[in-house]
Ligand binder design. Structure first.
Ligand code: ZN
Length: 247
């Protein structure tokens, strides 16, 4: 069975978490968590579960219990930091008590992966840290908590509202998780990344070719009824001069 990652978007429901400049931690972490999971599912052979997929309140114990019950291979909790408005940067946490060596190695690798993505935007590296956070203490599998920037700092907040930065964080986090778990890429993706392929390749789909224009018109009508735009197939219609030919 493929590996299972549980992604935990911090806060939710009546607990908004930190906030700044119109951005609520609970909404931002949910968006990032859904995206990280989607990138993992799209690119790798992996199973993904979330502790919440809506704006719902879930207790810290329930989050850990879910991951334990599902026997997750890795748990990652996503948060934004807040302090006094002046602090900036990225930091990550593992449990301060006894942990498996894998937990520390995974933290280092994912931390570096995310920092590499954020460095071009001037993000400060606050380092790999350890703390007695409930979701880290109560989960039995290797677990990480990331603090994606300070939501209450003007510069960090502007980065959090920048879609390119968000995308970079999502990609780096998914890549890091994939690397620590040794996830294999999906076969179709390996092929798409081959050297002979180009990113802007166009796939032409032909739905039918007819010698008899009436047969083509019939299919066109059917496709239109299914909601396809006729521009998609009119160029495949035979010219009117073929009308008398049969097939
Ligand atoms: Zn938080």
């Amino acid at each position: 069975m493929s590996k299972l990652v549980v992604i935990d978007p911090g806060h939710g429901g009546h607990d908004p978490g930190a906030s700044g400049y119109g951005l609520l931690e609970k909404n931002s972490t949910l968006d990032l968590a859904l995206q990280v999971g989607k990138v993992l599912q799209d690119r790798y052979v992996v199973r993904v579960e979330w502790t919440r997929t809506t704006d719902a309140f879930v207790s810290l114990t329930d989050r850990a219990t879910l991951a334990n019950r599902l026997k997750a291979d890795y748990f990652i909790s996503l948060h934004h930091n807040a302090y006094d408005g002046n602090a900036r940067g990225f930091e990550s946490y593992i449990f301060s008590g006894k942990v498996n060596p894998f937990t520390g190695n995974a933290q280092k690798l994912i931390h570096v992966e995310i920092m590499q993505a954020l460095k071009p935007y001037g993000v400060v590296d606050r380092g790999t840290k350890r703390a007695d956070f409930a979701v880290l203490r109560e989960t039995v599998m290797p677990a990480l908590l990331v603090e994606y920037l300070f939501i209450d700092n003007a510069q960090d907040n502007a980065l959090l509202q920048n879609l390119s930065v968000r995308q970079a964080m999502v990609e780096a986090t998914a890549r890091g998780i994939a690397r620590v778990l040794g996830l294999s890429e999906k076969p179709d993706r390996q092929k798409a990344q081959g050297p002979s392929q180009t990113a802007d390749k166009i796939y032409r789909v032909q739905v039918g070719a007819f010698r008899d224009r009436r047969n083509a018109e019939r299919l066109l009508k059917k496709l239109k009824s299914l909601g396809f735009k006729d521009a998609m197939i009119t160029e495949t219609l035979a010219p009117p001069s073929d009308e008398n030919q049969t097939n």
